[in-house]
Every structure is written in C-alpha cells, then in structure tokens.
Design a protein around this ligand. Structure first.
Ligand code: ADP
Ligand code: ADP
Ligand code: MG
Length: 518
C-alpha cells in the first residue's frame, strides 16, 4: 500500500480524497496556488507545496511542477481528482516515468476512451450504440462538414473531442450556422483543452443523461455500481444528480451496466471511470462519452451502494488489489440526491459570485453529507470553477430524499458570495421534477426561477431588519458584519425595495456586499 499520496487538485475534491487517505493511514501531500494558500486542503495535509500563481495554466495544470512536488515530498502515488490534469495522458506518462503510481487508468486506455472521438470509435467496434454523427470533420474542409451534416440532419451538435463540463458544445439548427459553430467549438476547445479536434453529433431531444459508475482492477475484473441520473442541467452542465434514475427499470439497469462493462473491457480500462449515455423515452440508450476519472457526483453512488468508498477502491486497485465482488448485484438500496452548491446568482442569470465567507452554517443530521471547501473566513478566489460544495442526502425513497434535501438546503447558510441554494429549493418544488418528468433540455426550456413578489411575507421582516441595520450602522450597510440568516433575506428584499423606488443608502450593491446574500 502507498505511504504518501499527492493530491493534484484543490477544493472539495482534494478534501474528499484526503479524508479517505487519513482513514487508510496514508499521508497526504497538498499542492496549492498562491490564492489557495489558506485553503482547507492545504491546512489539512501532512505536507504542502506551493506550485505557482492563481491561473491554473501556471499552477494546477503544470505537469513538471506537480511531479517535482511529488519527488520533493517523497510521494509514491498521485490522485488527480477531477478536472485539471485528471484526463491528461501525458501526465499519466510523466508519473510513470518518475516512478510514481497514477491513481487512474493507464495512459493508453485514457487516450482510447478519454477523448470523445476515439471513445465513439471504440464503442462502435464493441457493438455499443452511439449517437449518429461524423467523427472526421475539420475547419480545413467545410465541404465534408456540410455533406456530413446533411446526412445526420439538423438540429445537430458540434462538439469538442476533449471537451468537459459542457464546454466546446454548439447547437446548430440551420446549415448556414454550421461553419461559425465549428469555429466557435474548435476555438473554445483549443483554449480550454489544448486540443481543437471537433466532431458532429445528432441532437437527441427529450433524452435523459444516464451514466454508469465502474471500477476496474488489473486482473480484468470490472464492477458496475448502477446508474446516476444527471439530466438536470444548465448549459450542458449538471446541477443536480440522483441515484438511481426514476426512469431506469432493473431490466434497463442490467443492460446499461453490461454495455458499460463491455466498453471498459474492450480497451483494458482500469481504475474508476464513468460511461455516460443518452437514453430516450423508450429506454434505448446511446453512448455519449467516458469520463476516465472520479466524477463530481460520485457520492450519490456511494450512498446507494451501502456507503462504499469509491476513492478507497481507486487507491486499492492502483496498489494492485483486486476489485472485491465483481459480480455483485447492481441494484441500489435507497435513494440519493446531490445538489451542486455553486457560487452564482440565480436571480441574475447565474452570474458567477465570489468573495469572503463571513458566516457559514453547515447542514448535518440523518442521511446528510456536505462535501465542501468552505469555512468561515475563506475568501473564495476568482480563478477556478464555481463549485463551492456538494450537498448530498440519502433516504429510503425518492420522496423522502427530496424532503430531506429541502431541509438540508434550508439548514445550509452561506453568507458572502451569492449561491444557487434558492434555485435548488425552487427546483425541488417543481411538479415536473417531483414526477420525474424531465430530460436534459427541461430545465432551460420549462423551468423559470420564481421572482420574489410584493406580497412575499419576508418583505416585512426584511424592511424591519433593514431599518434596524441602518440605525445600528449609521446607514452604512457596507460595514455590516455576519452572523445572521435573516440578514441574507435583505438582499432579496433590497431588490423589491428598489423596484418600489425605495433607495438604500450605499446602493443595492453595497447593501448586498455588506450583509451577504442567499
Ligand atoms: P462532465 O465532464 O461530464 O461534466 P463532471 O461534471 O464530473 O463531468 O465534471 C468534472 C469537473 O471537471 C467539472 O468542474 C468540469 O468543469 C471539469 N472538467 C471536466 N472535463 C475537463 C477537462 N477535459 N479539462 C478541464 N476540466 C474539465
Ligand atoms: P461534457 O464532456 O461536456 O460532459 P458530454 O458529451 O457529456 O460533454 O455532453 C454534455 C451534455 O450535453 C450531456 O449531458 C447532454 O445533456 C448534452 N448532450 C451532449 N450530446 C448530446 C446529443 N447528441 N444530443 C442531445 N444532448 C446532448
Ligand atoms: Mg459528460
């Protein structure tokens, strides 16, 4: 077993991996950028190495700096988390060359499955249905692109082979928009992923995003852990995930898991991976991509499979141990839901929101897990993605899990940056969500964030609180300090006030900055 693992990541996932290492008696090495100096993953580590300035391209994405940190601290393995270098085959090769175990798939399996285009080719050869499309298109040959697009039919998607997190995807409805979409997708992919390879895919409407969690060992065993439902998305980015899926029967589950296992076996895949599918209303599914890494939403699977620790399994198989019980049943034992808590403003088109956390109340209680990098006093940096934490609940049924999640979301108070907690609360009330009647396009098409109305009972409370605050701090709400959940509501109230023509000293922005918001 490993003695010391370097975690080449930050945020909640670095903490998640650290926890398992500590339980296993393995020392941890943190790497961090300058603005992350005070982060929890640095404080909690046994060793920590600064790897450069804020921009990821100068720190978390620099292979040489991470390998040097591992060598300097005597780490014998590296866990990449998700994002950053987790799907970069040259990073895997650099680890091997330095004599350090990479906790993830081998470089060739990562190349074969990690890219969407090569993944499509492999799946087609393995007999797994793929979304109709065209793999070999480029900006140098628009003629072929138009011909292939006509064959596939509109609407279609231009996608980046190396894309992730919903980036590099363009919807095209008319032939005259194809070339611009191709340029846009290739450009975004080149800057975000250093790989401008693009391809075309038929746009499948009213489909669900269903994915299968796998763990594979060095002995050819591949174990599937059922499915996750990830159709609640905005801009092709997941916001809420569940396990199991309301649309998956035991029979479909078996077929999904068999297809995912066949996919992994066809290329000698090892360690944790996720096979993503689009599933139509008839239960037919089509391969989308493989994420050759641990995924953001892995906790929902852990909870419905009796509390398995997928990170511990990753570490075990990387250390040469077999996957326990590869033929164990793929039936979940309850229901789990995850809400991604993002630093963004749901009342302002989900604009990113960062800054000082001046008050924090964490949810707890039965079936409640909060994986987060937050603590009171953290100044959330601007350089990275908006994920502040993941609130995950487990219960016997979907209905109970929804009730539990609403309770936990109300327990969670983040003062400082605006968060999407109000969005999740509204989503969990929506009849379509409750009945399970949604697909990947549903959120953007059919869901609107409810605005506060003039008869909202919180308005009076906020008016009183606002008056008291103004009195206490001489009208300069910019100076107001935490703690207080009710203070958060003033933010929303300030919007109502300004709509009614009541001006707040210091302006709405000062007001919001000062008292935090929810
Ligand atoms: P998906 O890629 O299917 O959206 P996740 O939601 O688990 O899967 O994404 C994991 C995280 O990693 C997200 O924060 C996303 O922005 C980031 N990410 C995913 N793929 C890449 C990539 N190739 N390069 C950089 N970041 C990525
Ligand atoms: P990423 O690596 O960014 O996660 P994916 O290929 O997994 O890219 O696609 C992200 C999301 O975009 C999917 O979950 C789905 O909602 C939507 N999507 C992708 N491909 C298609 C398609 N062919 N038809 C309809 N929706 C799609
Ligand atoms: Mg995906």
């Amino acid at each position: 077993m490993f003695k010391r693992i370097l975690i080449a990541n930050r945020g909640e996932i670095a903490l998640r991996v650290q926890r398992t290492c500590r339980e296993l008696g393995i020392e941890t090495v943190a790497v961090y950028s300058e603005p992350d100096r005070n982060a929890l993953h640095v404080r909690n580590a046994d060793h920590a190495v600064c790897i450069g300035p804020g921009p990821a391209l100068e720190s978390y994405l620099v292979i040489e700096k991470i390998i040097a940190a591992a060598k300097a601290t005597g780490a014998d393995a590296i866990h990449p988390g998700y994002g950053f270098l987790s799907e970069t085959a040259t990073f895997v090769e650099a680890c091997v060359e330095a004599g350090i175990t990479f906790i993830g798939p081998p470089a060739d399996a990562m190349r074969a499955l990690g890219g969407k285009v090569s993944g499509r080719k492999l799946m087609e050869a393995a007999g797994v249905p793929i979304v109709p499309g065209a793999n070999d298109i480029s900006l140098d040959d628009f003629e072929t692109a138009h011909r292939e697009a006509a064959r596939i039919g509109y609407p279609l998607l231009v996608k980046a082979s190396a894309g992730g997190g919903g980036r590099g995807i363009r919807l095209v409805e008319r032939d005259e928009d194809l070339e611009n979409a191709m340029r846009g997708s290739a450009g975004e992919a080149a800057t975000s992923f250093k790989d401008a390879t693009i391809f075309l895919e038929k746009y499948v409407s009213s489909a669900r995003h269903i994915e299968v969690q796998l763990i594979a060992d060095n002995f050819g065993n591949v174990r599937a852990f059922g499915e996750r439902e990830c159709s609640i998305q905005r801009r092709n980015q997941k916001l809420l995930e569940e396990a199991p899926s309301i649309a998956v029967t035991p029979e479909i589950r078996k077929r999904l898991c068999d297809a995912a296992i066949a996919a992994a076996k066809s290329c000698g895949y090892r360690n944790a991976g996720t096979v993503e599918f689009l599933m139509d209303q008839e239960g037919n599914f089509y391969f989308l991509e493989v994420n050759a890494r641990l995924q953001v939403e892995h906790p929902v699977t852990e909870l419905v499979f009796g509390g398995v620790d997928l990170v511990a399994m990753q570490i075990a198989v990387a250390a040469g141990e077999p996957v326990p019980d590869p033929d164990a049943p793929v039936e979940p034992i309850g229901w789990a839901i995850e809400c991604r808590i993002n630093g963004e403003d749901p009342f302002n088109n989900f604009a990113p929101s960062v800054g000082l956390i001046d008050f924090l109340q964490m949810p707890a209680g039965p079936g409640t897990r909060f994986d987060t990098m937050l603590f009171e006093g953290l100044d959330v940096p601007v350089f990275y993605d908006s994920l502040l934490g993941k609130l995950i609940v487990f219960a016997e049924t979907r209905e109970r899990a929804v009730q539990r999640m609403k309770r936990a979301l109300r327990d969670l108070i983040v003062s400082g940056p605006q968060t999407n907690i109000p969005f999740h609360l509204a989503l969990l009330e929506h009849p379509d969500f409750l009945s399970g009647n949604f697909s990947t396009g549903w959120l953007e098409k059919s869901f609107t964030m409810p605005e506060l109305t003039d008869d909202d009972p919180r308005l009076e409370q906020a008016l009183i609180a606002g008056a008291v605050a103004a009195h206490l701090i001489g009208g300069d709400v910019g100076e107001a300090q935490g703690p207080s959940s009710s203070l958060k509501r003033w933010t929303q109230a300030s919007r109502l006030l300004s709509r009614r023509g009541i001006r707040i000293e210091g302006g709405t922005r000062g007001w919001r900055r000062g008292i935090g918001s929810r």
